[in-house]
Design a binder for this molecule. Structure first.
Ligand code: PEP
Length: 259
């Protein structure tokens, strides 16, 4: 049985002070994560140290970064390495988010290099894939996402593959208030899982968590999370408020209990 993973992508929001306030707000509401649900917050790089300290008081809520470089160190101004992330207790890193692909020149190739580096160094990648509205309208969404998954996983060994997380994030649903229907999400998640099974094995495919991302909110979380291949959410806007983030955590907890 896969456990739900409820992950917050804070994007370029919350410096160290706001990070403390938000995490204390989350702590005030849930104390610790419910036993059946894994949690993750991904603040901006500058707030990771603060978050790491705050998270010592919240059991089950892990820390992740929003990007990492594929080299160990050197002349890469503005970048951070896997070792630096580990030093501040990052367990996960979001890779290939559509905003990084769109605004910062990330390609399938750079994403793949980062995925391999993160896995080798013991950080779990949350690999983002998803189609544009044009691609969906042209009925190219399945092919596009399949290719992104294949490209991201080049060189990843079977024994490492179960450590990664894939987030299906239709670009047209990110930050727009528009959400994929539960049926659209389920179909894409099932296809991604099938692709992982083809690349590795049924066992690996059954272990990998596939998150849905794209305007997940407390009011639509249940219908998305109850889909058999939706193993959690990568949440932007709704992760920036303690009450909406914890509401989604509660939805996941209730669904885990009823399963
Ligand atoms: C995201 O940034 O990954 C995301 C899904 O954002 P939002 O929930 O705001 O659509």
């Amino acid at each position: 049985m896969r456990r739900f993973l409820i992950a917050g992508n804070w994007k370029m929001n919350c410096g160290p002070k706001e990070t403390s306030t938000l995490l204390q707000g989350i702590k005030d509401i849930i104390e610790d994560m419910p036993e059946a649900v894994d949690g993750l917050v991904c603040p901006p790089t500058i707030s990771l140290t603060t978050a790491s300290v705050e998270l010592q008081d919240i059991e089950g809520l892990a820390l992740g970064a929003q990007n990492v470089h594929s080299e160990d160190n050197g002349a890469f101004t503005g970048e951070v390495s896997t070792e630096m992330l580990k030093e501040v207790n990052c367990e996960y890193v979001i890779l290939g988010h559509s905003e990084r692909r769109q605004y910062f020149g990330e390609t399938d190739k750079t994403v793949n290099a980062k995925v391999n580096k993160a896995l080798i160094d013991g950080i779990k990648p949350v690999i983002c894939v998803g189609e544009s509205l044009e691609q969906r309208k042209a009925n190219e969404h399945k092919l596009r996402v399949k290719k992104q998954v294949q490209a991201a996983l080049i060189g990843v060994e079977d024994e490492d593959a179960s450590n990664l997380v894939i987030a299906y994030e239709p670009i047209w649903a990110i930050g727009t208030g528009e959400t994929a229907t539960p049926d659209q999400a389920q179909k894409m998640h099932a296809m991604i899982r099938e692709e992982v099974a083809d690349l590795y094995s049924d066992d690996t495919a059954n272990q990998i968590r596939i998150l849905y991302g794209g305007s997940m909110k407390p009011h639509n979380a249940e219908e998305l999370l109850e889909q058999p291949d939706v193993d959690g959410g990568l949440i932007g806007g709704a992760s920036l408020k303690a009450d909406s983030f914890t509401d989604i955590i509660h939805v996941a907890d209730e669904l885990s209990e009823s399963n």
